[in-house]
Design a protein around this ligand. Structure first.
Ligand SMILES: NC(=O)c1ccc[n+]([C@@H]2O[C@H](COP(=O)([O-])OP(=O)(O)OC[C@H]3O[C@@H](n4cnc5c(N)ncnc54)[C@H](OP(=O)(O)O)[C@@H]3O)[C@@H](O)[C@H]2O)c1
Length: 325
């Protein structure tokens, strides 16, 4: 597994990261032995970034990941998050401190490598999505810096979801080490210039801006929540209804659109669409690690086999761009 620098943290992370979120759901709804096997195999395959959050299964993902990593005695990089509820926005620093204590308890650890803000950022606070603004970030960063001084985290970061303008402002302000943001074949605007009539949110090359500022980029939704498999069938333990993030109006629309790149399978460039999606993501060198959410050990094995084949060739990328335009 290739490793890449995570911004200026000094950490090197595997180009494929292990998503412990709700969509694939293995670390939330899986059977414990299957989760344990998958995490053990991931470690064996040299995946060394594991991404969890209190919101994933109401803490269950942190509980399971913590227990498994303790059992395996695996020295991997662990990131979790904190989502500030609307009612706590008047006292951000206290809310972060409380959330972090609860996360560490669930994970069974004294510290994690990375704490990330889980709220999206917008130009104005928004109650319905619990969006914060870049003006809120200094308080968030002060709280994370305090945790660092207390030895509870090595690094801290934000989630790059929300309004493009607010995200660019946050990246320019800096003061954090990482950003998690969307990058996939349907919406590559975080890392590629897109035309003015691009149908989805234009992140205006947020990834490149963050990378240039020394911020470690963690790609999310590289399979568009599973739609880039080109089918609407869901694994039994996966989240059954997935709301798109910055792509089509629903999952089915994304899955239909994904089939436009079937030519890559037909011409033998890839064995299947998930492979194309993963190789597309790792083909962006400014991304330190591309997270994949999985429902089974088998999907994990397939993801690793895909990234081992390396980035998609330039002619494939060009044709994907043309077809999806
Ligand atoms: N900071 C944030 O706000 C945020 C937001 C989103 C995600 N994340 C992080 O990013 C991680 C990954 O994102 P995600 O889970 O939302 O979406 P994702 O990785 O784009 O999609 C996961 C889905 O892809 C499908 N899949 C995975 N491997 C496959 C394979 N080998 N073959 C076929 N299908 C495959 C599975 O669908 P089926 O189960 O139906 O087969 C799985 O449920 C999360 O776990 C989380 O850690 C963070």
């Amino acid at each position: 597994m290739n490793r890449r620098p995570l911004g200026r943290t000094g950490l090197q992370v595997s180009e494929l990261g292990f998503g412990c979120g709700m969509v694939g759901g293995l670390l939330v709804r899986g059977e414990y032995p299957e989760m344990r096997r998958a995490v053990a195999r991931a470690v064996e395959l040299e995946i060394d970034y594991f991404d969890t959050a209190p919101l994933y299964g109401d803490g269950q993902s942190e509980v399971n990941l913590g227990a498994i990593l303790r059992e395996l005695r695996a020295g991997v990089t662990v990131g979790t998050k904190v989502r500030i509820a609307v009612e706590d926005m008047a006292h951000i620093e206290t809310a972060i401190a409380a959330s972090v204590e609860a996360s560490l308890r669930r994970l069974g650890r004294d510290a994690v490598d990375l704490f990330q803000l889980h709220n999206p950022l917008a130009t104005q606070r928004r109650a319905e999505s619990a969006a914060l603004t870049s003006e809120d970030l200094p308080a968030v960063i002060r709280a994370f810096e305090r945790l660092h001084r207390q030895g509870k985290t090595r690094f801290w970061g934000i989630t790059g979801l929300g309004d493009t303008e607010a995200l660019h402002r946050a990246v320019d302000l800096g003061g954090f080490h990482t950003i998690q943001t969307v990058y996939n074949m349907l919406n590559p605007s975080g890392g590629r210039r897109v035309p003015a009539d691009f149908p989805y949110q234009d992140y205006r090359q947020l990834i490149d801006r963050a990378f240039a500022g020394g911020i470690g980029v963690i790609a999310i939704r590289v399979l568009a929540g599973g739609a880039l498999s080109g089918t609407t069938a869901r694994h039994p333990i996966a989240m059954q209804r997935v709301a798109p993030l910055a792509t089509g109006h629903d999952y089915t629309a994304d899955a239909v659109r994904a089939r436009l790149v079937d030519f890559l399978v037909a011409d033998g460039t890839v064995a299947g669409l998930p492979e194309a999606a993963l190789r597309f993501a790792i083909g962006k060198p400014e991304i330190a690690t591309a997270l994949v959410g999985t429902s089974s050990l088998e999907q994990l094995e397939q993801a690793v086999a895909a990234v081992r084949r390396g980035a998609l060739p330039p002619e494939a990328l060009e044709r994907i761009g043309t077809v999806l335009r």
